[in-house]
Design a protein around this ligand. Structure first.
Ligand code: ADP
Ligand code: ADP
Ligand code: ZN
Length: 214
């Protein structure tokens, strides 16, 4: 099962991608998580990516594409994967199609988690991420059992630097300009499916399951 999650920052792509990955026992590949792990380790890639991420801009395509294409070659990707946060530009989508075509493969579903801009600011302001495992919570809608502590690993929960309102506005603008055109791109390939991302987490998940099991 090869699935792409589309949607604005904060739409709930990551939350749903993790649930899908767990249900179907396939890897969840998040380019944002890969970059954050590289920043934490202090790699050259991390240092380069951070400059863009901090400003709410996209990391240049050439720093992203090979990373993802290489990840597919790992053995755990045999049965498929859920891509979260990639592709984010038309050139990335084309590069992905080309890389998959080489092995006679293609993306099966592009699932757009649709949430209006008006809801995004509060989604992001309330998002808390575990500094240890990357687990994601929301102070109001999806709180951890104990405030400030990750349910899974006990790590500290923090507001991501790029989730502050000033940066979120910039990221939304970038989303509309560079990422939203992918909706039409995948519509053209007849694999676009949309779900209403404003519903409760479990209801959104059910809608996605209905799509991939139809
Ligand atoms: P969100 O979950 O809010 O959508 P991500 O964790 O996916 O955010 O991404 C955080 C940041 O990492 C983005 O704002 C961008 O700077 C960078 N990034 C992640 N994936 C990509 C990508 N495919 N192309 C370019 N930049 C990316
Ligand atoms: P994305 O990966 O698209 O940036 P996340 O999955 O990190 O988005 O979700 C953004 C924020 O919204 C997080 O704080 C998350 O806990 C919360 N969230 C996710 N799905 C829902 C939902 N269906 N209803 C309410 N809050 C949600
Ligand atoms: Zn954790």
């Amino acid at each position: 099962m090869k699935i792409i999650m589309l949607g604005a920052p904060g739409a709930g792509k990551g939350t749903q991608a993790k649930k899908l990955a767990a249900k179907y026992d396939i890897p969840h590949i998040s380019t944002g998580d890969i970059f954050r792990a590289n920043i934490k380790k202090g790699t050259e890639l991390g240092t380069k990516a951070k400059v863009y991420m901090d400003q709410g801009l996209l990391v240049p395509d050439e720093l992203v594409v090979d990373l993802v294409v290489d990840r597919f070659k790992e053995p755990d990707c045999q049965q498929g994967y859920v891509l979260d946060g990639f592709p984010r530009t038309i050139p990335q989508a084309k590069a992905l199609d080309e890389a998959l075509a080489k092995s006679g493969d293609a993306v099966e579903y592009a699932i757009d988690v649709d949430v209006p801009d008006a809801n995004i600011i509060s989604r992001m302001a309330g998002r808390r991420a575990c500094i240890n495992c990357g687990g994601t919570y929301h102070v109001e809608t999806i709180p951890p059992k104990q405030e400030g502590i990750c349910d899974v690993c006990g790590g500290e929960l923090v507001l991501r630097e790029d989730d502050k309102p000033e940066t979120v506005e910039k990221r939304l603008k970038v989303y509309h300009e560079q990422t939203q055109p992918l909706i039409e791109y995948y519509q053209g390939k007849n694999i676009l499916k949309s779900v209403d991302g404003t519903k409760d987490l479990e209801l959104v998940f059910k809608d996605i399951i209905d799509i991939v099991e139809a």
